[in-house]
Design a binder for this molecule. Structure first.
Ligand code: ADP
Length: 464
């Protein structure tokens, strides 16, 4: 099949969170099954161009109609490994993709509406039309109604981000569909995510449990009525992780490679990281978190768990990227308070290399999310033999099983995480065989894209 993906992120060149990993891993798995994959992305000025091969101009003067005027774009093509990439460089006077960031601009609605219009125009002009156009999150949802004759599938990676917009946005891309995408809660607004749900031929979300949760008022983010109306076309397909990229046996970002059969070597990574970060080089449990620090990820539970771990004699590493100044200040203050401790390390930014070292070095990996559509870090942690401790929600509930490969808790309270943490730390200290079994089970379970990608192919095939 000819499959075109359109998204706002792609690892490793434009990554904020899991969406980027999904695009990378799913595309590679689909390509390995013999399908032709093309990914369309904005040519952000902050793209990591070093990750792109054979980058060249495809079209110097590609035109996109926006606000009833024709704007000039440069279309680029390149490759990420064997995957074809199309980059849209806009020359609109607003310099939509020259902001030094992927998201977080006041005019994100305009930026991504423009991207949708340009992508749809490009797809319509292709010599051979694709069999499937796969759209990801609200940033690309408007492409579904812009391409009425094309089979489209829309994946909701996170229902919390919806693209609430004034109706006038649709005039800019000449798409008169406001009445069909009126926001369920605020009828004065339109909801761009809703365009994907209403107009795509199939809708997926990234785990079976999240697919159920979003139909309820508690998990529906005010979209449950629309989702109910379209529930026949909604399925939950759990994400995978890329087993070539995330592989402790071959990972060049970690000092000591190991596998499930040489699990004892993992300990050397812990020592190396303790040394590198000037932590006490002791045999105590190392607990970690790697996350975007946003309310979804349970920042107050993370803070509490950090203090509890230190009280119990463990060490704690937090790599947390913050885009919100208040959250940054809050965690920075805690970092300052604990500056003299040799049992804690804070990294308040995005750090890919350190994340690999931490996955390889940790004993326990926390994901105390308030909600979690799928979650990748618990799977990456397991791949590296770090035992996950999660809140049972969304995809975390679909991948972590007590007494099999990890620990968990239900209510998002300090007491609940304490109970789970105490049990895990006790097992680490007193039950080394139990611990080893949890590590091995995690490492030996197949969380690769192999199975999920086949489910996507089945879905694509059903539409054709
Ligand atoms: P989300 O998409 O909500 O951010 P996921 O668990 O699905 O959460 O995916 C997060 C991805 O981003 C993982 O690959 C994780 O390792 C990575 N990541 C998140 N925050 C950071 C950070 N501060 N530094 C390095 N990697 C990070």
């Amino acid at each position: 099949m000819e499959i075109v993906h359109v998204a706002a992120e792609l690892a490793p060149i434009a990554k904020v969170g899991g969406l980027a990993d999904v695009l990378f891993g799913l595309s590679r798995a689909l390509h390995a099954q013999g399908h032709h994959i093309e990914i369309i992305l904005p040519k952000y000025d902050c793209l990591d161009l070093s990750g792109i091969d054979e980058l060249e101009v495809l079209e110097h003067d590609f035109s996109c109609c926006f606000q009833k005027k024709h704007y000039h774009n440069t279309l680029w093509k390149g490759k990420i490994g064997k995957i074809d990439l199309i980059l849209i460089e806009s020359h609109h006077p607003s310099a939509f993709f020259e902001r030094g960031t992927i998201y977080g601009c006041d005019d994100d609605l305009d930026r991504f509406a423009y991207f949708c219009k340009a992508s749809a125009t490009y797809i319509q002009q292709k010599d051979s039309p694709p069999d499937i156009v796969h759209l990801h999150d609200w940033h690309t949802a408007l492409i579904a109604p812009l391409l009425p004759g094309t089979k489209t599938i829309f994946t909701i990676h996170n229902l919390a981000y919806q693209g609430h917009s004034p109706k006038t946005l649709l005039d800019k891309i000449e798409l008169p569909i406001a009445s069909s995408i009126t926001d369920d809660k605020n009828p004065e607004e339109i909801n761009l995510l809703k365009a994907g749900i209403v107009y795509a031929d199939a809708v997926t979300t990234v785990s079976p449990t999240y697919a159920k949760e979003i139909l309820s008022p508690e998990g529906g983010e005010n979209m449950q009525d629309t989702l109910h109306q379209h529930r026949e076309k909604i399925t939950g397909i759990i994400n995978g992780i890329d087993y070539t990229y995330w592989n402790p046996e071959t990972d060049t970002k970690i000092p000591f490679n190991y596998s499930a059969t040489t699990i004892a070597i993992k300990q050397k990574n812990k020592r190396a990281l303790q040394h590198k970060l000037s932590l006490t080089e002791a045999d105590c449990p190392l607990v970690s978190v790697i996350t975007r620090l946003v309310p979804q990820k349970g920042p107050s539970l993370i803070k509490h768990a950090l203090k509890h771990t230190l009280k119990k004699g463990g060490q704690f590493i937090l790599i947390g990227s913050t885009s919100d100044q208040d959250t940054h200040d809050e965690f920075y203050q805690l970092k300052c308070e604990l500056a003299t401790s040799k049992n804690v390390h804070f990294e308040l930014l995005y750090n890919e290399t350190l994340s690999h070292e931490v996955f390889a070095a940790s004993d326990l990996f926390l994901v105390p999310s308030i909600f979690e559509p799928c979650g990748l870090t618990q799977m990456i942690a397991m791949r590296y033999g770090s035992v996950p401790l999660v809140r049972f929600t969304g995809g975390l509930a679909d991948t972590v099983f007590p007494k099999v490969n990890g620990y968990g808790f239900g209510p998002p309270t300090n007491a609940a995480i304490d109970t789970a943490l105490d049990q895990a730390l006790k097992d680490w200290t007193e039950q080394p065989d139990t611990w080893k079994r949890l590590m091995k089970n995690g490492m030996e379970h197949n969380f690769s894209w192999n199975i999920p990608s086949k489910k996507y192919v089945a879905l694509y095939s059903n539409l054709n």
